[in-house]
Design a protein around this ligand. Structure first.
Ligand SMILES: Nc1ncnc2c1ncn2[C@@H]1O[C@H](COP(=O)(O)OP(=O)(O)OP(=O)(O)O)[C@@H](O)[C@H]1O
Length: 355
């Protein structure tokens, strides 16, 4: 059986996470024999999906090529995208994903925390940095006890605090409730940059940054100074939030950071009594935004009371209900985010300005 024939057959398969032909992003190794061993290496975290993909590829090849006995293995090996060696202090981090929103209160932190946990559930090593300095909520969402302080090394570095298997760092770990947060923009971005680079991140595939809400100077400076690989914009489907999300997309584009896509949060409410679906904040807004701005609509998440109670209670949905329907949405978001990021390609990366 010629490997060329196998490559041809594989070329007609689409990777649903990247929405591209599988061979465009996966590394494919064919070892001829009886059976023929095919190893597909995906450049993003998708462990939970890998077994299903292996079966799908086997049956696809069965139907395409008579007499081929193929054994397919799917592996994941997260590639570093756009991380410049010249940017100091980011040893131990392959990719930085900024989770941002134009408007406050749309569920940015909730999405960032569950996205980070979903990336971990897909087999990645993941960290989360709470950059939402005015309203840091990641520590609470991860169930980190108030008053927990990070250990330091050589009086220079912080060791991230482990929570639900994530490496986490937050300004909330360093200040007390009495510390006033009346900071000006330059102080905020300076403090954050320090927090980011002086944390000893341990061999991360992804570092998720929960950005401060808005698209002002703080966000712009942060985006320029932190070697972000890609941004995910969270919005609700209502007009005003969408307008702010557009500003967010434009801001990232201005500083040449790829916008990986949009997450529509609280897209629909399913009544827990009767199952009736209501689009409380309007319908189809995220899809329109994604078409108008040519970005992926990565996921639509429901408005679900369980998301609020679980996440605000320190046990985010992905951990509380790993096999639940809502978690399936977050896992899909994680895979798509990783896949779209992997597609960015090292050569098309953002220009990082360190002025
Ligand atoms: N899909 C959802 N369903 C139900 N509740 C949600 C959902 N997403 C977020 N929430 C709740 O909405 C509130 C605001 O969410 P969150 O803190 O994540 O927003 P944010 O955009 O990060 O806010 P801020 O701009 O203040 O940082 C929280 O109580 C959270 O639990």
């Amino acid at each position: 059986m010629s490997t060329e024939r196998i490559h041809q057959a594989l070329a007609t398969l689409t990777d649903p996470n990247a929405n591209r032909p599988l061979p465009e992003l996966a590394d494919i190794d064919i070892q001829e024999g009886q059976p023929t061993h095919i190893t597909i290496t995906l450049p993003y975290a998708a462990e939970q999906y890998a077994r299903g993909l292996a079966m799908l590829v086997e049956s696809h090849l069965d139907s395409q090529i008579d007499g081929l006995d193929a054994k397919v293995t799917v592996k994941c090996d997260v590639k570093a995208v756009n991380l410049r060696d010249s940017v100091p202090g980011m040893n131990g981090v392959k990719n930085i994903i900024a989770v941002a929103s134009g408007k406050g209160g749309v569920g940015k932190s909730t999405t960032a925390v569950n996205l980070a946990l979903a990336l971990k559930a897909e087999g990645a090593r993941v960290g989360i940095l709470d950059a939402d300095i005015y309203g840091p909520s990641v520590a609470t969402m991860l169930g980190v006890k108030e008053g927990t302080r990070p250990k330091t090394k050589d009086e220079k570095f912080f060791l991230p605090i482990e929570a639900h298997g994530l490496q986490s760092m937050s300004m909330a770990y360093l200040v007390t409730e009495k510390t006033p947060m009346v900071w000006r923009g330059p102080m905020v971005s300076g403090a954050l940059q320090q927090l980011l680079t002086q944390t000893l991140w341990d061999d991360l595939d992804y570092l998720v940054i929960d950005m401060p809400p808005g698209t002002g100077d703080i966000q712009l400076t942060l985006s320029q100074k932190v070697p972000v690989s890609g941004a995910v914009i969270v919005t609700t489907p209502q007009d005003i939030a969408l307008l702010d999300a557009q500003k967010g997309i434009e801001m990232f584009r201005k500083v040449n950071i790829p916008v990986l896509g949009v997450v529509e949060n609280m897209a629909m409410h399913v009544c827990s009594n009767c199952g009736h679906v209501e689009h409380i904040f309007g319908e189809g807004g995220g899809a329109r935004l994604s078409t108008d701005y040519d970005v992926d609509l990565l996921e639509s998440l429901p408005l679900d009371i369980a998301i609020r109670t679980q996440t605000d209670g320190g046990e985010p949905t992905v951990v509380a209900e790993p096999d639940g329907e809502v978690t399936a949405h977050y896992l899909s978001l994680a895979r798509k985010t990783g896949a779209v990021l992997a597609l960015q390609g090292v050569d098309e990366g953002p220009e990082i300005s360190m002025e």
